[in-house]
Ligand binder design. Structure first.
Ligand code: HAM
Length: 422
């Protein structure tokens, strides 16, 4: 047995699984294109301060989970723990800062130093979108609708959508005070993490997973009621649009999300088929600060975890990614037959037919074993005598039936009977 396992929290993805990944990426592209989103590819690492400033110094991701290193020039760089900050860094070089809308999607590896578990990895993959430059409740609603559309297209119809509002910075001061007052009265019964959060970031208490804290959190005051009328109306309009689009949701006042850039609408999609890691996608509206900029960039977006989407598909028994076409197998006995097969393989492959063939000296029996292993429905067999007579033997593997076809007709015959792409 090989002993070279990849580092903890990472994985190798082999062909049959990669086929399903490719399908998710292609489907995301198709769905997002229909909403006017184009692809953006950004670097896998950025200056560390892009994430520190963008996600917030106090967030768990920045504090504990980033893979940060120095390059040879002494610059501090970080493997991206999420896509939004880098995408906004890239878009800040366009006219979004003047209020021009940009719609982009992305996919790829993200890196967080979390404790690995099922559905939680250190290198994981997201497919995400950002709608940047404009602020309007209907843009948020359309973004959520697109996520639901994507999930349905990949066979996930029964996911649960939760939404909430984070208000804006000015709302959070009085609302934060309200929460601090309430939790101060209960902090003696809460976990050590929450004790630390009380003065550092009281909002993080709301999504504490500890049983002792959850009971106290459940009775926390309705802080959204203290938000400004403008913020409450913004949220009402988002809900109204979701109702009009017949998108079902639950309002969850405990949904605050772990990144500091969020304002107004936040949302998360969960699925029961996942076990402990229930979030398959999350997002919301944000105002993201970039290093050296006084004005934040506004936008709304989401990211879905590819590993988790696949786990949910598994739990639902959904495998809708197109299967790889079965090959035709060319069996050659003797060097001259193998060269003739190599020539024919080139022609068939150019015609869109997958071909496998034997390129080394092997017995007829060994070659037939390979034909069976390849799953080929049809094999073409040629040895010296067939070459002399200018024919090939075509064998249908399921029935064992064999017919001889003239060399001049072989290409036409095989392209006729073999499944091809497109
Ligand atoms: P996030 O909630 O941190 O949001 O991550 C989005 C999704 O990525 C999660 O719902 C989950 O499916 C997946 N994910 C996160 N961490 C892991 C992990 N360690 N292993 C496997 N999957 C994971 C963001 O990243 C925001 N940038 C989303 C966003 C875009 N908000 C606005 N625009």
């Amino acid at each position: 047995m090989a002993t070279f396992a990849p580092p903890p929290g990472t994985a190798d993805i082999f062909a049959d699984e990669a086929r399903r990944w490719r399908y998710l990426e292609d489907t995301a592209m198709e769905v997002f294109n229909r909403y006017g989103y184009g692809e953006l590819r950004t670097p896998i690492f950025e200056y560390t301060e892009v994430f520190q400033k963008g996600l917030g110094d106090e967030t768990e991701v920045v504090q504990k989970e980033m893979y940060t290193f120095k390059d040879r020039g002494g610059r501090s760089l970080t493997l991206r723990p999420e896509g939004t900050a880098g995408v906004l860094r890239a878009l800040s070089n366009t006219d979004v800062m003047n209020g021009v809308e940009q719609r982009v999607y992305y996919y790829g590896s993200m890196f967080r130093g979390e404790r690995p578990a099922a559905g939680r990895r250190r290198e994981f993959h997201q497919v995400g979108v950002e709608n940047v430059g404009r602020v309007a409740p209907l843009i948020d609603a359309e973004c959520i609708a697109m996520l639901i559309d994507f999930l349905k297209t990949i066979g996930i119809n029964d996911a649960k959508l939760s939404i909430n509002t984070r208000g804006v910075a000015e709302d959070r001061v009085p609302a934060g005070r309200l929460l601090t007052d309430y939790f101060t009265g209960h902090i003696g019964h809460m976990c050590d993490d929450c004790k630390a959060r009380l003065n550092r970031n009281v909002w993080r208490i709301l999504d504490c997973k500890q049983e002792v804290c959850r009971k106290i959190v459940a009775d926390a005051p309705d802080y959204v009621a203290s938000f400004s009328e403008m913020s409450r109306n913004y949220f009402e309009e988002v809900k109204h649009a979701l109702d009009a689009l017949k998108i079902q949701y639950t309002i969850d006042p405990l949904l605050v999300r772990g990144l500091d850039y969020y304002v107004h609408t936040v949302f998360e999609v969960t699925h029961g088929g996942l076990g402990a890691q229930t979030a398959i996608a999350g997002g919301g509206r944000y105002e993201l600060y970039l290093p050296g900029q006084k004005k934040p960039v506004p936008g709304v977006g989401f990211a879905a975890g590819m590993e988790r989407l696949l786990l949910v598909q598994d739990s639902l028994g959904v495998d809708i990614a197109p299967k790889q076409l079965l090959p035709i197998y060319l069996v050659g006995l003797g060097q001259a037959a193998r060269i003739a097969n190599l020539e024919l393989a080139g022609e068939l492959r150019r015609a869109g037919i997958p071909v496998e063939l034997e390129l080394e000296e092997r017995s007829f029996k060994a070659q037939l074993r390979n034909v069976n292993k390849s799953g080929a429905l049809v094999a073409l067999i040629r040895g010296e005598s067939e070459l002399e007579r200018g024919v090939g033997v075509v064998k249908t593997m399921a029935t064992g039936e064999q017919i001889e076809i003239k060399d001049s007709e072989l290409f036409g015959y095989l392209t006729e009977i073999c499944p091809k792409k497109g």
